[in-house]
Design a protein around this ligand. Sequence first.
Ligand SMILES: [Zn+2]
Length: 332
Amino acid sequence: MVARASVPILLLTGFLGSGKTSLLARWLKAPEFAGAMAIVNELGEVGIDDRLVESSSDAPLLLDNGCACCAAGEDLTATLERLFWDRLHRKIPKFSWVLIETTGIADPGPILERLATHALVAERYHVEGVVAAFDARLGAAQLARHPECARQLKAARVVVITKTDIAGEVELAAARAAIAGVREDARVLTSSRADLSAAAMIAALAQSAPRPAADNGLRAEHTARVSTAFAAVPGVVTAAALTSAFGAVMDTYEAGLLRLKGIVRLAPDGALNMAQALPGVGVEISLLPARPGAPAPCGFTIIAQDVAAQTIADAVVARLAASRPLAYRNTG
Ligand SMILES: [Zn+2]
């Protein structure tokens, strides 16, 4: 038997807003991941996170037909299979790693199962490790509220507590305790402004205990409870109008709003900005790096649980429209 090359996969998971994408963006620039392929699985029809990630070679591949732990599982294995054939036919350069960012509500269990049982994928790829991002301030509350969060920790060999720069010592201790409550043996690293190096993460993976046997308890059936919608915002808006609209929907739909994030043209110059609502924290707005190519469709992806995402989308659009003409100008 000739040993065949098997490409290592790093599965990066973590709840919505836990900072997975920032870590992925950072790691893709590291020499350890030179020549890595990135696959970003995002809920919602319009990809946003992939635009925030610049890899050395290409933009990451976007899986946006649903969540890979449930609806889009076949998309993931099909993508890995296609990468293999494209490489074999020399359509793409040789790749050293595949970094997969799951959706924020993914249960990594079914994804790992799929990767291990798909014949070609299991032969040509292997999962080197699962890393979970855990928000220093919000992680403990997310863990208490969302079973997916516990499943992510259980599947992970390394847990990265993120955003430690904006967490107090008490919050950080609570985050550590919450993680230990689920995984006593997890290797826990910390990251401030996504400064955790790829080298440190890889070293921790190497030192970590293998993940425990798969948890075959009840799977989180989030597909029935979670919905997504897109709120198109084609005009230019002011930061104040945006903050006010986001604040209003965060107040109204607090428990059900899992994500409100998107791209918008900000007054006065119409520059593209990323904006997101962080329930319990506030509104984050940051300038997007210019990127050549087709102009971005502006608007917000909404992910909601137990409330229709479309209802929240309509509320955001209505709020922004109400602030016209001072703040909102439809450029058609
Ligand atoms: Zn899923």
